[in-house]
Design a protein around this ligand. Structure first.
Ligand code: MG
Length: 271
């Protein structure tokens, strides 16, 4: 399939940079799917086991994630109500999003979560207006046969594509990466669902202490650690304002972690 620049939504305003980002656990402090699994579904122990199976034993993310969400039988509207009460935003994201809008840096949310959950949380956390300008590419929700999503055991996840990730985030990024004279591309993430996107952009931000760090170490993918969006904001702003190139950002930054080939530390796994 040939993709022209005209068909890529984040190029519409001819930006100098595009900020691709995960949602759950990256823009939010807690992963909404983890929260549902831990509190409404089969609980934290089985969830951690599922993540270990993906990271260490090669189980498809799609299958482990399906099992987690299948364990949540709470009506969908009730799930959203509870998530709005319990999931908090990274304290520096709102300011970063406002800066991006003022400086023509599109934010593209690439998520393994479900579209209605993401829209509801974003509108609640950053405001309707700010949320409305963000492109969201994600999985969705569907009713189980003969059911309504807002009844007990009534909803199921609808995956974005046929990949083993359920949503292969690299599919959205690659057409941009292939363009000549393309904008600088950033990606921020924290977890297993970011594995497919981790190698695709110019500068990868991985959240400190999370699974994506373990993965990048194991796969020798260069990354920059971030603790919250104030770390990201500073670097993205410097690059967009021409004070620093991405190459400099990747080499000058103290938090950059270029991992030597012989270091494979799966013992440090944190889920
Ligand atoms: Mg995440």
């Amino acid at each position: 399939m040939t993709v022209s620049a005209h068909s890529l939504p984040a190029l519409r305003t001819k930006p100098k940079a595009i900020f691709f980002t995960d949602f759950d656990g990256t823009i939010t402090l807690h992963d909404s799917n983890d929260w549902m699994t831990d509190n409404l579904g089969f609980g934290v122990e089985l969830r951690k086991q599922g993540n270990q199976d993906v990271l260490l034993r090669g189980r498809p993310f799609r299958d482990a994630f399906q099992e987690m969400l299948d364990s949540v039988t709470t009506p969908f509207d009730k799930c959203i109500e509870l998530l709005l009460q319990n999931v908090k935003l990274d304290p520096a994201f709102k300011e970063f999003a406002a800066w991006c809008r003022e400086n023509n840096v599109p934010i593209v949310v690439l998520s393994g979560g479900m579209q209605p959950v993401i829209r509801a949380l974003l509108a609640h956390l950053v405001g309707e207006e700010e949320a409305a300008v963000m492109q969201i590419v994600s999985n969705d929700v569907k009713a189980r046969p003969g059911k309504n999503i807002n009844e007990e055991n009534g909803w199921d996840i609808e995956y974005h594509d046929d990949s083993s990730f359920g949503h292969d985030k690299s599919l959205e990024i690659r057409p941009y990466a292939a363009l000549p004279d393309r904008p600088v591309m950033f990606y921020a993430g924290d977890g297993v669902s970011d594995l497919s996107a981790a190698k695709e952009t110019d500068l990868l931000f991985a959240k400190a202490g999370r699974d994506l760090v373990t993965y990048c170490e194991n796969e020798k993918v260069p990354f920059t650690v971030f603790h919250d969006f104030s770390d990201i904001h500073k670097i993205v702003q410097d690059v967009v304002e021409g004070k620093m190139s991405v190459q400099q950002a990747a080499t000058d930054n103290d938090s950059i972690r270029l991992i030597a080939p012989d270091i494979r530390r799966t013992d440090r796994i944190q889920l």
